[in-house]
Each structure stands twice: as structure tokens, then as C-alpha cells.
Design a protein around this ligand. Structure first.
Ligand SMILES: NC(=O)c1ccc[n+]([C@@H]2O[C@H](COP(=O)([O-])OP(=O)(O)OC[C@H]3O[C@@H](n4cnc5c(N)ncnc54)[C@H](OP(=O)(O)O)[C@@H]3O)[C@@H](O)[C@H]2O)c1
Length: 251
């Protein structure tokens, strides 16, 4: 059986990813603060095993135990392939430094960066002796590579996630049963996150009109299209350990 653990599975790219994975022989574990009842229903109707775990992933002190519980609920002998997709993320605070709320800066770093690091740490510890295919995916952003006015926290978390992916990918090349790590930059997608971006004040985010234009001109990709390309990559045998991939390579 193929196991997929997907964070931020309630909407956007996470939901679209789960929708593509509703297939026989797949076991899906979805994590978010809110349950997507439609996904649960669809899985039930198609006879796919899907479990929804309610968790606030910005509460980093719960993460290690959560990963332990999830992995201990799986029989190693049952696993042909296992994928952990760190997709949950937040774009707030969209504010220049000096104006951001401390609590939002902290929450963003916990959710976007610290949680995927702790997930990886515990996943690698527990699955060290698992001989099956093991893949850890970190959803990145173009904001990791260029400064954007107002996105200092978001861009920093994604740049950190890219470097973490590269570093652990390097380390895993020396493991007896390596896990393959990759980061995937999905480009601009038509999700709730883009709605939040468009609602920002110009003084907090000087490029807000550019993003309104993307939306008006229909330039945002559908999360379903992006999920399809990402899954095509991770299910293949062509992944380079520690590499940061970009959706543009697949269109
Ligand atoms: N949309 C874009 O244009 C774009 C561009 C580049 C990169 N990305 C990245 O792509 C990924 C998915 O983004 P999206 O556009 O699909 O965003 P979205 O529509 O806002 O969905 C975010 C997902 O993360 C979950 N989430 C948020 N805070 C959480 C928390 N504290 N605990 C647990 N889950 C939490 C949400 O679930 P709940 O609210 O139910 O908890 C939801 O399922 C993110 O990592 C984002 O940074 C997006």
C-alpha cells in the first residue's frame, strides 16, 4: 500500500492533492485544523482509507508526538511507499518589518518552518530502518528567492525551508535506507491564500495591484493542475535528493 500524509489538506493545494490520490491501494492521512467533509465522503464512496487529524500545526510542541502517533499507527510491513507532504502554510503577517504583530511573526515561523523541520526529524528517526521508498515534500514559494515588500516573514520561512531541504537531502545520501527530500515551488495558484494577498493594503504590500491583475487576467493556476504535476514528480523515480523544484519545469 502507498501511504500519503498531507498537511493543510482541508483546502487549496492540499485538498487538490488529496483529490488526485483518492485511489484504491492508497492510504491517506490528512492533517489540518478543519476537516474537509467532502473529501471524507468521497473517500468513503470510493473505498479509499482516509483519516482526518485535527491539529493546529503552529503549535510546534505537539508535532513530534503527532508524527510518532501517525507512524506508529502504520504497520511497516504494509508500506510499499510512504510520502509526507508538508503543505500547510500561512502568508501572514503581510507587513513591513517594524509594523508586524509579534504573535503572527512567531506563528508563521512555527507553521511554515519549525513544524516541517520537526516533522522531518521525527519521521527520519522512526523510519530509519524502513527499506521502502520514502519521500518528504516541502511546499516552497518563489518568495524564497527574492525579497518582496511586506513578505519578509513569509519569504524568510520559505528560504529556510529550502535550505533545510537541501541540507537534509545531502545528509540522507549517506543513510542506509535514505529518505528523498525535495522542495516544490508551486507558483501562483487560485486559492484562499491569494484572496488574503489581494485584500492587503498597498502600504503593507506594494505589489498588491500586480496580484489583483493576476487574478483578473486568469493567470493563477488551478491547485488541481499544480497537484497533478507535483504528484507526477514525486511518484516518479526521477527525484534528486535535496533539490528545490519549480512548477515552471513541468509546464
Ligand atoms: N497560493 C499560492 O499562490 C501559493 C504560492 C506559492 C506557495 N504557496 C504555498 O502552497 C502551500 C498551500 O497553500 P494554499 O494556497 O493551498 O493555501 P490555503 O488555500 O490558504 O490553504 C492552506 C492550508 O494550510 C492549512 N493550515 C493553515 N494554518 C494551519 C495551522 N495552523 N495548522 C494546520 N493547518 C493549517 C489550512 O487548513 P486549516 O485552515 O483547516 O487549518 C489549509 O488546508 C503553502 O505552503 C503556501 O505557502 C502558495
Amino acid at each position: 500500500m502507498k501511504y500519503f500524509i498531507i498537511t493543510g489538506a482541508s483546502k487549496g493545494l492540499g485538498e487538490a492533492t488529496v483529490q488526485h490520490l483518492l485511489q484504491e491501494n492508497h492510504h491517506l492521512i490528512c492533517i489540518a485544523r478543519t476537516e474537509n467533509e467532502q473529501l471524507v465522503q468521497e473517500a468513503h464512496e470510493s473505498g479509499v482509507e482516509l483519516r482526518f487529524i485535527h491539529e493546529d500545526l503552529s503549535k510546534y510542541d505537539r508535532v513530534t508526538e503527532m508524527v510518532r502517533d501517525v507512524l506508529h499507527s502504520i504497520e511497516m510491513e504494509d508500506v510499499e511507499e510512504i510520502y509526507f507532504i508538508n503543505n500547510a502554510g500561512m502568508v501572514d503577517p503581510i507587513k513591513p518589518a517594524g509594523k508586524a504583530e509579534e504573535s503572527l511573526v512567531t506563528k508563521s515561523i512555527h507553521l511554515n518552518l519549525l513544524t516541517p523541520m520537526l516533522v522531518t526529524n521525527e519521521f527520519l528517526r522512526i523510519t530509519e530502518s524502513w527499506p521502502c521508498k520514502k519521500v518528504m515534500v516541502n511546499i516552497s514559494s518563489g518568495a524564497a528567492n527574492r525579497p518582496v515588500f511586506g513578505w519578509n516573514t513569509y519569504g524568510t520561512t520559505k528560504a529556510g525551508l529550502d535550505m533545510f531541504t537541501k541540507s537534509v537531502g545531502l545528509e540522507q545520501q549517506f543513510a542506509t535506507y535514505p529518505t528523498t527530500l525535495l522542495a516544490f515551488s508551486p507558483g501562483i495558484m487560485d486559492t484562499d491564500m491569494q484572496g488574503i494577498i489581494r485584500q492587503t493594503n498597498k502600504e503593507d504590500f506594494t505589489s498588491v495591484d500586480v496580484f489583483k491583475n493576476y487574478h483578473e487576467k486568469g493567470e493563477l493556476r488551478s491547485p488541481s493542475f499544480v497537484a497533478d504535476k507535483m504528484l507526477g514528480l514525486i511518484l516518479s523515480d526521477q527525484i534528486e535528493n535535496g533539490r528545490v523544484y519549480d512548477i515552471k519545469e513541468f509546464i
